[in-house]
Design a protein around this ligand. Structure first.
Ligand code: UDX
Length: 438
């Protein structure tokens, strides 16, 4: 099938390449010339494991092209909208300007029978509004909403073999049938593998995405709240998580207590959800998300407190090694990153922060050029008074405390991800501080 993908960021670039390797003929459209040039060379414009290989594989088939010319979407039967919906400055609400701009550009290119498929995470009600816009355009195209659940770092796997598909279909049966038929053809490979499919309406499809992210954020903040209780009672939150996680109804995943969640999705999606619920007069229904957000941000402050404490409350001029800048491992994304936030806060307290990350330094520098970045782990920890682990990349997770000891000025470690075995680090002479652990 000929398909267009509008917006070639973390979501669109992977989606376009995945569809091309599945046999479709795909054109990706973006406004950023640097991104387009990289994609055309078969290079990923950001760090995503497996994406360079996928781009090369898809490029070799001749079925994947990239352009800034929107008229190139003509002749495609399905048009995916994969642009970003960041948080509005000065508000909790989502900024829909890129989604609206994509629709405005796309509408004049559409023909009867085309299916426009929204993938961006939007406030509930947006699809119905956009469907009216598509109908007003008079092309005879229809709109479907097909939320995307891919995780950065596993985006290729999640795109090729999703754990479920959700099709939000138009209310008119004929339009719904056009959209469903096209989407079944797009995802034929996944559906043949018995991927669960939920056929639903626009509002449910939009809500599935935000409620999934709200649930995941709540799960993380729940365990981080237990970490706070553990800190005043002497309990160990990691053992607590293991014990409750054995209950199949609860499950151990997303019960990793630590510096908390960040990234381009969870934080802005829970805020956008609160803003939309307020608009709908249902603010109280998701009022708990305010606590979820607050617990999450308190954990960053706790990591900073641990460092300051280990520096005898005199951080000024002390050397602090910050291990990690990305919001999670296997990603170079620093949007709303707890790790970068910790580095910035410590710098603000006058500490000589040396921050490092295997992939995210360039993105971190673009946001915070004032920080002192070190390309290697060894440079970052040299002469450090405290070492802080904030993004659990394997190269930091599996450090040998005896091997690191000679590199630092003082054996102080703050484990912002509860990744280390405290007994092992203490046995090697380190003062160890985790989150919610004695
Ligand atoms: C998330 C959703 O998982 C995905 O389905 C959706 O499409 C986009 O948002 P992503 O932002 O890539 O994906 O990250 P995810 O793996 O969910 O992690 C989010 C944050 O939570 C990270 O900062 C991670 O470090 C943190 N986290 C995760 C914890 O603090 N503890 C955990 O136990 C798990």
């Amino acid at each position: 099938m000929r398909i267009s993908v509008i917006g070639c960021g973390y979501l669109g670039a992977v989606h376009a390449a995945a569809l091309a390797t599945l046999g479709h003929d795909v054109v990706g459209v973006d406004v950023d010339p640097v991104k387009l040039a990289a994609l055309r060379r078969g290079e990923a414009p950001f760090f995503e494991p497996g994406l360079p290989e996928l781009l090369v594989e898809a490029g070799a088939t001749g079925r994947l092209t990239f352009t800034d010319d929107i008229s190139a979407v003509r002749g495609a039967r399905v048009h995916f909208i994969t642009v970003g919906t960041p948080q509005l400055k000065g508000s909790n609400a989502a900024d829909l300007r890129y989604v609206d701009a994509a629709f405005d550009q796309l509408l004049p290119q559409l023909s009867a029978g085309d299916v426009v498929v929204g993938k961006s995470t939007v406030p509930v009600g947006t699809a119905a509004r956009l469907a009216a816009k598509v109908a007003d355009g008079g092309s005879g195209a229809v709109l479907a909403w097909n939320p995307e659940f891919l995780r950065e770092g596993f985006a290729v796997k999640d795109s090729l073999t999703p754990d479920r598909l959700v099709f939000g279909l138009p209310p008119r049966p004929e339009a719904a049938s056009t959209a469903e038929t096209a989407l079944r053809e797009v995802y034929a490979a996944a559906l043949a593998d018995d991927t669960p499919l939920v056929l639903t309406d626009y509002a449910t499809a939009e809500l599935v995405k935000v409620s999934a992210n709200a649930f995941l954020a709540t799960k993380i903040s729940f365990i981080n709240a237990m970490a706070e209780i553990a800190e005043t009672t002497g309990a160990d939150v990691t053992q607590l998580a293991d014990a409750i996680g054995f209950d199949g109804r609860i499950g151990r995943r997303f019960l990793g207590a630590g510096v908390g969640f960040g990234g381009g999705c969870l934080p802005k999606d829970i805020r956008g959800f609160m803003a939309r619920a307020e608009e709908l007069g249902r603010g109280e229904s998701v009022a708990f998300l305010k606590e979820v957000d607050a617990i999450n941000l308190r954990r960053r402050a706790k990591v900073v407190d641990h460092v300051v404490d280990l520096l005898d409350h005199e951080p000024y001029g002390k050397t602090v090694a910050v291990l990690g800048l990305a919001f999670k491992p296997h990603s170079d994304d620093v949007r709303d990153s707890p790790a970068l936030d910790v580095a910035v806060r410590l710098t603000g307290l006058g500490a000589r922060v040396r921050a490092t990350d295997p992939e995210a330094i360039a993105n971190a520098r673009a946001l915070h050029p004032q920080l002192d970045y070190r390309a290697s782990f060894e440079e970052a920890v040299a002469g450090a008074d405290v070492m802080v682990l904030v993004t659990e990349w394997d190269q930091y997770r599996y450090l040998d405390p005896d091997a690191v000891a000679p590199l630092v000025a003082a054996r102080n470690v703050v484990d912002g991800r509860n990744s280390y075995d405290p007994a092992r680090w203490r046995a090697a002479g380190w003062t160890y501080r985790g989150l919610g652990r004695p």
